[in-house]
Design a protein around this ligand. Structure first.
Ligand SMILES: C[S@@+](CC[C@H](N)C(=O)[O-])C[C@H]1O[C@@H](n2cnc3c(N)ncnc32)[C@H](O)[C@@H]1O
Length: 359
């Protein structure tokens, strides 16, 4: 899975446990990103709907959530990966934009990305393997990038991993049903069927996913867009249509309140961290429409960029990271008994809430 700000790598197991303790058979991951949490829910036996606005998230969701892994012939997949993996590199838009004009990848790898992505549409368009192969390509490119974790800058001297040759690996598919939906959570949530458990992990500050991961957007869209600046961001990054209300300080809280109110689920689990715009109390108030609310705090490492340092656009280290740990919270809301059963193992650490504490 790709490096991703806000990815719930550490909390995925806890979220899986919460799902299991709730007895949920159907689940919704409304801001699915890497699909890490949706995958965990599917692994625990739930039928999952994964939603996000990002094109690459939809591809990941089609691969890991929508594809029934039991129906995929491992031999066919292996053969397709071998065929794509041995294609000779051929410089195109990707190489020119992301390896020559900017330096996110070494040209010898960029040329292979160009060749493989072109072959994907030529030889696998409409095939059930297409999202699986494209997921494999994005993961492979992510492993050999030369960034600090986001695609707003690349490091000045090539990162050691960028010297490795791009290697396609088979994604770890999961058996069972699921659904991928690309769309705005505010709209989609009104149209989806009710689920047993809904998980919400929205952006909580100004950092836009569309620009932070613009290369993955382009690798999926394969539309060779005009770009601007040293980072070679897509020109349509400036369009309102590519901006999320969840990155707008004045509008974010109201939008989240609306989504929390509209979501049709027996129990709602919401991720939150102490670097966000919304106050925890406000979040608890929003969630109380679903019944009892419990808040579970977790100490967690900050995103990968913070681990590496702060760099300017030329890749020079310019600042010190203020702190490397932060507090992540899971807010659990639903019928009192259900919430109590789900959160029982964490009762000692749960924060007491005014609306009838469960801690
Ligand atoms: C904090 S990340 C989710 C991370 C995810 N839980 C994971 O573990 O990978 C927030 C996600 O919300 C998505 N997003 C932003 N605005 C959205 C909107 N209006 N509707 C749906 N998804 C949105 C972003 O593309 C991003 O993937």
């Amino acid at each position: 899975m790709i490096k991703y700000i806000g990815s719930k790598r550490v909390l995925a197991g806890v979220l899986g446990d919460l799902l299991a303790r709730s007895g949920a058979r159907t689940a919704l991951d409304l801001f699915t990103g890497t699909t890490r949490v949706a995958q965990e829910f599917k692994r625990r036996g739930a039928s999952v709907i994964a939603v996000d606005t990002a094109r690459y998230s939809e591809v990941f969701a089609r691969c890991y959530v929508e594809t029934d892994g039991a129906a995929v012939d491992a031999g066919d997949l292996g053969e397709a990966l071998r065929y794509l993996g041995q294609l000779p590199g051929e410089a195109g838009y990707f190489t020119e934009t992301f390896c020559v004009r900017s330096r996110y990848f070494q040209p010898f790898n960029g040329e292979r990305v160009d060749a493989i992505r072109t072959a994907l549409d030529r030889d696998f368009a409409g095939s059930a393997l297409w999202p699986i192969l494209l997921t494999s390509l994005i993961d492979a490119a992510d492993r050999v990038d030369s960034t600090t974790g986001v695609q707003m800058a690349y490091v000045k001297t090539w990162a050691p991993r960028s010297f490795n040759p791009l290697q396609l690996r088979p994604p770890s598919l999961l058996a069972g049903p699921g659904r991928a939906v690309r769309g705005d959570a505010r709209v989609v949530v009104k149209e989806l069927p009710p689920v047993d458990l809904a998980y919400l992990d929205p952006p909580y500050n100004q950092h836009r996913y569309f620009t932070n991961y613009h290369i993955w957007e382009t690798l999926v869209a394969w539309d060779a867009p005009p770009h601007y600046g040293i980072a070679c961001k897509r020109l349509d990054s400036r369009d309102e249509a590519t901006k999320s209300v969840f990155n707008q300080k004045a509008a974010m809280a109201a939008a989240l309140r609306q989504v929390v109110t509209d979501v049709k689920a027996s129990v709602v689990v919401l991720s939150y961290n102490n670097e966000s715009w919304v106050a925890l109390d406000e979040l608890v108030d929003m969630c109380s429409v679903h019944g009892q609310v419990a808040v579970l705090p977790f100490d967690s490492k900050r995103y990968v960029g913070a681990q590496i340092g702060i760099y300017n656009r030329s890749g020079q280290k310019v600042g010190r990271v203020s702190h490397l740990r932060n507090l992540e919270y899971l807010v659990v809301a639903g019928p009192r008994r259900l919430v109590a059963r789900m959160t029982a193992p964490y009762a000692a650490s749960a924060l007491p809430r005014p609306s009838g504490a469960l801690a």
